[in-house]
Design a protein around this ligand. Structure first.
Ligand code: CTP
Ligand code: MG
Ligand code: K
Length: 187
């Protein structure tokens, strides 16, 4: 089993990694749409509260509406694509179930909140870049959640590939969201 994974060629490894992390990618990329959908009626998860350091717990970039949007689209939209591609490529590639997709989506957004919490403690304002933290917080949290519920979907080479391909993909999608006017910063 182990040997089979390690001998997979790099293309298959990337395809396998993408198939597994697609739901949390969608969950992480879609909360930005909440701004459009809810038109300014957004509720910050931290209820506008600050800590003793005078900085917001999480900041205005983490809202309930964005969270719900990300979990819903990550679970359904993420899973739909995974299911279609996964069933076409089975049994070569493995793919997450809808429950896996839901859990990874929730974990992705919790990881994103942890990232924001750390950024605020470091004194970074909402939207200020924190290289690697911005790109990996959601991913590491969702990989951990998948590892806890179904480690057979996450052999080490797939996990490592997922981590390596995420920063460039994340930067490209954020630049795209910026060009579409959805984000204020291109990162
Ligand atoms: N978003 C949201 N709710 C979430 C996560 C994201 O509403 N739980 C929306 C916010 O409008 C946020 C945008 O998605 O500004 C982009 O997300 P992200 O880049 O993670 O947030 P930042 O604005 O960069 O804030 P931070 O510095 O806290 O990461
Ligand atoms: Mg950001
Ligand atoms: K983030």
């Amino acid at each position: 089993m182990r040997g089979r994974w390690i001998s997979m060629n790099i293309g298959l490894l990337i395809a396998q990694a993408l198939l597994i992390i697609w739901p949390p990618y969608v969950a992480n990329a879609t909360p930005v749409l909440a701004k459009r959908v809810f038109r300014g009626r957004l509720h910050p998860i931290d209820f506008n509260k600050s800590l003793k350091d005078g900085r917001r717990i999480l900041g205005d970039g983490k809202t309930y509406e964005g969270f719900i949007m990300g979990v819903t689209l990550g679970t359904l939209g993420g899973y739909l694509v995974v299911y279609i591609i996964g069933s076409l490529t089975a049994p070569i590639l493995k793919y997450p179930t809808m429950l896996d997709s839901f859990i990874m989506s929730v974990a992705a957004l919790l990881g994103d909140m942890l990232g924001a919490f750390i950024k605020r403690r470091l004194g970074l304002r909402r939207g200020e870049p924190a290289p690697l933290l911005d790109q990996l917080d959601f991913l590491l949290a969702s990989l951990l959640s998948l590892y806890l519920i179904d480690p057979s979907l996450l052999p080490l080479p797939v996990a490592v590939t997922a981590v390596l391909i995420t920063p460039p993909i994340h930067l490209a999608t954020n630049a795209g969201a910026y060009l579409l006017g959805l984000k204020n910063e291109p990162w």
